[in-house]
Design a protein around this ligand. Sequence first.
Ligand code: PLP
Length: 371
Amino acid sequence: MPHAVYLDHNATSPLRPEAFAAMTEAMRDVGNASSVHGFGRRARKRVEDARGAVARLVGAKTQEVVFTSGGTEANNWALIGASPAKLLVSAIEHDSVLAVPGGEPIAVEGSGRLDLADLERKLRGAPAGTLVSVMLANNETGAIQLIDTVVELARQAGALVHCDAVQGIGKLPVDFAGLGVDMLSISAHKLGGPQGLGALVLREGLESAPLLRGGGQEGRRRAGTENVAAIAGFGAAAEAAAEGLAAVAGLAEQRDRFEAALLSAVPKARIFAAESPRLANTSCVAMPGVGAETQVMAFDLAGVAVSSGSACSSGKVAPSHVLAAMGVPPDLAASALRVSLGWNSAPDALDRCLEVWLDLHRRHRERRRIA
Ligand code: PLP
C-alpha cells in the first residue's frame, strides 16, 4: 500500500522531478566522463555542470567538490584521509562518523547542542593535526550546531574542522567559505537527489589521502568511474533545492502548530531539542509509555510514514545514542518518534499525523485503564 502521507524526509526525500529528468536524460546517453571522444566529453560536461550547481548550493569553489557514493563515504573519507593526530567528534554524530576508530566524544547539552566548554577543554594542549568533527544539524532532533564557534575554538588550538552537513543542505543556507570549515560532507538523497551519491567538499590546498585508490578520477582524489546519471541528478536537485530554501524554512509554521496542538492535548508528551534552534522540518516527539516501534507500526497502518529515532539503517531498534547523549532517560527515549517534512510536503501534512498520534495515545490510555 503506498503511503498517503510521507513524513520521513530525514531518512530520504522523494526524487525531485528535475533530478528524475536529468538522470533519465543522462541514462539514455553513453559515455565515460574520462573518455576523450565526444561521448566522453558530453558525460564530462554533465558531471562538471552538476559540480558547479552543488558548489553554488554550498558556497564552495567548483574544484573543492569531490563526488562520493554518499554521506557515509564522505564522512569516512574526511576522518580517515586527514590521518588526525587526535580526533574529537560530537557524541550525537551519525554512525558513519562515530564508527571511525579513535574518535573521542565531545559532550552535548540537554538541549541537543554541543557542550562548547567540553570542546574547549578537550582542545587544550591538543597536538598539531587534531581534527574536530561536528554536524551542522542533527538527523534525529534537527538541533542546529554553532559551527562558527566550533571553528573559532578549533582555530585557536590549531585544529582542523570537518562538518557533516548532510541534514543541513537543502534545509538551511550553507556557506562553506563563510563557515570556515576545512571539510564538509553532503548527500544527494536528503534533498531530492538520488540515493548513493554525495560529495566531500575539501578546502583548496588541504591534504587528504584518498580513501578509494585506482584511477585518476575526481582530480586523483577519488578513484572510480563517475556515476554520471546520479551526479546529474544531484546537480539538478541542488539547483531546485537552492530555489526552495525559503519554502523549507516556512515548514516551521506547520511543525510548530503540530507540536503546540500535541502538547496542549497531552502535556506529558516531550519534544526534544525544542529549546534549541532546529531544522524547520523536524520534530522529535515522545509519547511516554508507548514504544517507538509500536508507534511506527500504528502510523504505518494508518498510512503515515514516520520513523523511530535514526532510521538510516532500516529495522534498527537500538536506543538512540543522540537522545542518550542529551541525558534523556532510556524509557522516554524508547518512545521517541521522528517526524520530518520536506520539499513536497502538503501544508496540512501534519494534521493527519496529529490525528493518528492522538488516537494512538487515547487507545493506549484506555488499554492501561482496563488492565
Ligand atoms: N550524516 C547524517 C547526519 C545522516 O543523516 C546520514 C543519513 O541519514 C548520513 C550522514 C549518511 O548519508 P548517506 O545515506 O548518503 O550515506
